[in-house]
Design a protein around this ligand. Structure first.
Ligand code: ASP
Length: 436
């Protein structure tokens, strides 16, 4: 059996955390492919290596290169502390030279994971496997699953074990290309699929997923097990421990993902499984909420008879490259719920309203701007009577006004919109109802 592990930036921060990682790897012989992030923050005000690398790219024409100096210092220190026999200065000189001639920031950004993997591999005396040899992007910079599968067979499967830098791969001309930020998770899931792992362990600095946000609920109960679909609904509303794109390849396989804490390795964390499961012993798996939504409410008599009404509204959003989150409708009304960030630098709420008005000529149109969305998620809710009643009763008990309701057709989630000022109180009310 082969386990694939991915360790995040805080696990790679310094000598102490890297030694802890090596102990974890060595404590289980099945842990054979290990994906590492670039060194992250050692303390709250510290800088992540990847952030410094992006800055180095911006500073590439400057004489002094202040960010690269910091990177240099940190890696030299790390190699010295870990007593690894590696000519780190030579690597750093080469990287600094290459950054100067790079056209995009990708090469620079990827070097944190590259160097970190080299160092860990050397320290453990395991092979270093360069992700550029098997994670493939096409010439437009889009991840190429087919080419990657072929190269995994040719390059990765030659190894019995190895250390791999996350976050990057290469394009057909050999240029380095990175995933979006946090993308080492994606590398981990691709490797897990490629070697047909029995489990993909994603090691981070928390004990997996909690039933509610710990910043709102003190010591919320952990979630031991959840499905990909449930996680999608929860992470979608802000509980993001894993890069959302990393879930996509795994969802198609039956490889479970185990979120673990490097700093509490005895904790079993959260396991994410593929099967649709009707957990008989629980109704709600978790509650997630997020502020900063705007809802555009459109009404027009006989809207239901007017063909293409919704399409015309949505094509305005498409034109401005805005994605929407929910679309609750009534017979003569339709609301489009959008995350405020989506509008930023694109169009103001007022302009959007005017454009919709000119295209569909509604009787009324207005925006509700201070909206928070809360998702109550659980596959155990399907076909069980009374969950929605309990949700609304819990909110009623605290006199919270529900401004919007939406339920996915899978009966796996109930979404309620409340005023931003009521977000925390609503989460408390719902947590009390379902978990206390
Ligand atoms: N180092 C990259 C970042 O900071 C990728 C990762 O850590 O997953 O975004």
């Amino acid at each position: 059996m082969t386990k694939v592990c991915k360790f995040g930036g805080t696990s790679m921060a310094d000598k102490g955390t890297i030694e802890q990682v090596i102990n974890i790897i060595k404590s289980d012989d099945e842990r054979r492919f290990v994906v590492v992030s670039a060194p992250g923050k050692r303390y709250p005000n510290d800088q992540k290596i990847t952030d410094l690398l992006y800055k180095s790219f911006e500073e590439k024409d400057q004489e002094t290169q202040p960010s690269f100096k910091k990177i240099r210092k940190r890696f030299i220190q790390l190699v010295e502390d870990l007593q690894v026999d590696i000519d780190i200065k030579k690597h750093l000189d080469e990287i600094s030279q290459n950054i100067k001639s790079s056209k995009t920031s990708d090469y620079a950004a990827s070097r944190g994971e590259y160097l970190c993997a080299l160092i860990v591999a050397k320290k453990m005396d395991w092979p270093f496997i360069d992700a550029k040899d098997f994670i493939m992007f096409n010439s437009n910079g889009i991840f190429d699953g087919h080419a990657t599968d072929l190269m995994i067979k040719e390059k990765l499967l030659k190894y019995e074990r190895g250390i791999i830098g996350g976050f990057y791969g290469s394009m057909p001309d050999g240029q380095i290309k990175t995933f979006s930020r946090g993308g080492s998770d994606i590398t981990g899931s691709i490797v897990a699929m490629g070697v047909n792992a029995s489990v993909y362990e994603n090691w981070t600095d928390v004990n997996g997923f909690m039933t509610a946000n710990p910043q709102i609920i003190k010591n919320p109960k952990p979630i031991d097990i959840l499905t990909f679909e449930e996680l999608r609904e929860l992470s979608y509303m802000g509980a993001s421990v894993l890069h959302p794109e990393s879930l996509y390849p795994l969802r198609k396989s039956s490889i479970p993902v185990n979120i673990r804490n490097t700093f509490e390795p005895e904790n079993k964390g959260t396991t994410i499984i593929n099967q649709k499961t009707n957990f008989s012993d629980r109704l709600v798996t978790g509650i997630a909420g997020k502020a900063s939504y705007v809802s555009i409410v459109i009404s027009k008599s006989l809207m239901n008879n007017e063909k293409g009404f919704a399409r015309r509204v949505l094509s305005i959003l498409e034109k401005h490259d805005i994605s929407m989150e929910h679309l609750p409708t009534g017979i003569d009304t339709m609301s489009v719920v959008i995350e405020k960030n989506e509008l930023k630098n694109r169009i103001s709420v007022k302009e959007l309203i005017e454009e919709i008005r000119s295209v569909v000529n509604p009787d009324d149109i207005y925006a509700t701007e201070d909206l928070a969305m809360i998702a109550i998620v659980g596959q155990g809710m399907a076909n069980k009577i009374g969950t929605a009643a309990r949700v609304f009763n819990a909110l009623y008990k605290y006199q919270i006004n529900v401004r919007m309701i939406d339920q996915g057709s899978s009966e796996m989630n109930i979404i309620v919109g409340v005023s931003e000022k009521d977000l925390n109180l609503s989460i408390h009310a719902l947590y009390e109802e379902f978990f206390q």
